[in-house]
Design a protein around this ligand. Structure first.
Ligand SMILES: [Cu+2]
Length: 122
């Protein structure tokens, strides 16, 4: 009975130790890079993003005029970019190559050409 209790205590203390290591690891991890993107009729600035495979980024959107959309279907990321608001989405580049993004909310006569590219390198 006594040894059982000791085993339990040892088990618990190593769990606490692991949790502490986990907390330190999280605290020292670098913050995800924030990429600011300004949408306006009918472009994104920038309209080309260079990303690294497996390195997540935060895309931070604002619009200079009307409501816009952002859609990067290859990464299943999309956002509504509303006037007067800052919209953030997280993108995880999980494949290498060139991928398109586009505006998916009709915003005027140049809407169809409002797009950009994401290049993910290894
Ligand atoms: Cu549009």
């Amino acid at each position: 009975m006594r040894t059982e209790r000791r085993k339990l205590l040892v088990g618990l203390s190593s769990l606490v130790g692991l949790a502490a290591i986990g907390a330190v690891g999280a605290a020292t991890q670098p913050k995800e890079k924030v990429i600011k993107i300004l949408a306006r009729k009918f472009t994104y600035s920038p309209n080309h993003l260079d990303l690294k495979l497996g390195v997540p980024v935060i895309l931070e959107f604002t619009t200079a005029d009307v409501l816009m959309g952002f859609n990067a279907p290859d990464f299943q990321v999309r956002a509504d970019i509303m006037p007067g608001k800052v919209e953030q989405v997280r993108l995880v580049p999980d494949k290498v190559g060139n991928f398109s993004f586009l505006c998916d909310i009709f915003c005027g006569s140049g809407h169809e050409s409002m797009n950009g590219t994401i290049t993910v390198s290894a």
